[in-house]
Design a protein around this ligand. Structure first.
Ligand code: NDP
Length: 416
């Protein structure tokens, strides 16, 4: 009777719970735990209404390892889906190790006091997970996640050598708010405001945050200004795709002029600071306060219009000839909301998390140790993606991003 325990009752947790409950032949039982139990109860009621399935709900502070161990021992899951925040990755991995239960997450560990994420903190669990006979699957959302699977598929089927990869992420939707983030505000703004980095012929190149952009023509959307950023999948893809000849990899994300104007103001007035300041006799972190006054990602779905496009533009050699392909998905906010009550950014993250857990439970992907998704066979994952709401496409692409069209300017999209 395979059981899944989802930790985190935000936008992604909402989708994860719905998608697992839809597949009751794989996930016989579903439980969800989070810091605020009422959010778990709200999700359980929505799942019951849409699928007829019951979801158990629990209050949990996943920063607390003994508390997390106790909940795992009580609920006895076969796999734990960490859909809370990157700050909880190590404590939940420790709890899974202590209870010998498989683990999956969608975001790489990041310490609270530093805007810096890297896989090394989780890769060091490799021997302990392998010795315990359990698996940790890291970064199984969309980016990271499905996009790493696209790259693994390209290396397996489309190219003999891969030379360059540009990962591109566009949200062309409109939620009707002046300013909101589509996933956890604290994590999102820490990511966007840190220095941008990309990898070129063996070296990491660092530039100021959001100080370089290019117009990229997204399938079914059109041209959008896309800003160079550092994203965690660059680290694992460099490690695992270098053997097939990778020379350069970059990550680009779209931001509207209005979003960038708001962001610049927030940065300039200190509202994105992650250190504590004195306020009315208390110590508070400005970015956490900002999160408290902005809309929650889980509540953005109603009335959200438009689509997303996330993909990989991959250039290399096949049978002695130069080739360039784009592999991508479009996801519709309104359709995602109708199905799960959440918008497309949560949907494109929660569906791959469910698919990764499914392949682990079915022993298709399961193996002891710590893995990133591109280390595993891409075929079964891609065979499932369209079936479960995320159709993907491969098209011939005329060329990789044209470097002569790149524009450099001030940080945070300034002076564009
Ligand atoms: P939300 O802020 O909507 O949800 C996060 C949830 O985690 C909240 O319910 C929160 O509880 C809960 N939580 C926070 N701290 C704890 C804790 N200590 N113990 C238990 N629960 C806790 O975020 P999202 O759903 O948008 O994002 C979830 C994760 O998905 C993030 O790690 C994000 O980085 C990742 N992500 C990955 C993507 C990918 O493609 N790979 C894309 C988008 C997101 P409370 O409500 O009480 O604060």
């Amino acid at each position: 009777m395979p059981k899944v325990l989802i930790i985190g009752a935000g936008g992604v947790g909402t989708v994860g719970a719905h998608k697992c409950a839809q597949l009751s032949n794989v996930f016989t039982d579903v439980a969800i735990a989070s810091r605020t139990k009422s959010k778990c109860d709200h999700i359980a009621a929505s799942v019951k209404q849409k699928t007829g399935q019951d979801v158990e709900t629990y209050e949990l502070d996943a920063d607390d390892v003994p508390q997390t161990i106790a909940l795992i021992e009580k609920t006895k899951p076969d796999v734990v889906l960490n859909l809370a925040l990157p700050f909880q990755d190590l404590s939940i991995m420790d709890a899974c190790l202590a209870t010998k239960v498989d683990y999956l997450d969608t975001a790489c560990y990041e310490p609270r006091d530093e805007s810096h994420f890297e896989y090394s903190w989780q890769w060091v669990y490799q021997d302990r997970y392998a010795d315990a006979g359990i698996m940790a699957l890291l970064g199984c959302g969309f980016d990271p996640g499905a996009i790493n699977v696209f790259c693994a598929y390209a290396a397996k089927h489309l190219f003999d050598e891969i030379h360059t990869i540009d990962l591109v992420d566009c949200n062309a939707g409109n939620h009707g708010k002046h300013f909101a983030t589509n996933f956890n505000t604290e994590v999102n703004i820490r990511e966007i405001t840190q220095d941008a980095r990309y990898w070129d012929r063996g070296k990491w190149i660092t530039i100021a945050p959001l100080s370089r952009h290019v117009q990229f023509d997204y399938p079914n959307i059109g041209a959008r200004a896309s800003y160079l950023m550092y994203h965690e999948e660059l680290e694992s893809l460099v490690k695992f795709l270098s053997p097939v000849g990778l020379q350069r990899i970059r990550f680009w994300m779209t931001f509207s002029p209005s979003y960038l104007t708001h962001l610049r103001v927030l940065v300039n007035v200190g509202m994105t600071r992650i250190d504590e300041v004195d306020y009315a006799g208390r110590r508070i972190v400005p970015l956490q306060f900002l999160q408290a006054v902005l809309p929650e990602p889980a509540g953005l779905g109603k009335g959200y219009e438009g689509i997303t496009c996330i993909g990989a533009v991959i250039q290399g050699v096949k049978d002695g000839r130069r080739a360039c392909k784009m592999i991508y998905n479009n996801c519709d906010h309104a359709k995602a909301f109708d199905e799960t009550g959440a918008q497309a950014v949560s949907y494109t993250t929660g569906v791959p998390a469910m698919l990764g857990a499914k392949l682990m439970l079915q022993n298709t992907w399961r193996r002891p140790g710590v893995f990133n998704v591109e280390q595993l066979d891409p075929d079964p994952f891609l065979a499932d993606m369209t079936k479960h709401g995320l159709p993907w496409h491969i098209v011939d692409w005329s060329q990789p991003i044209d470097d002569t069209a790149i524009v450099d300017h001030g940080p945070m999209g300034g002076d564009v």
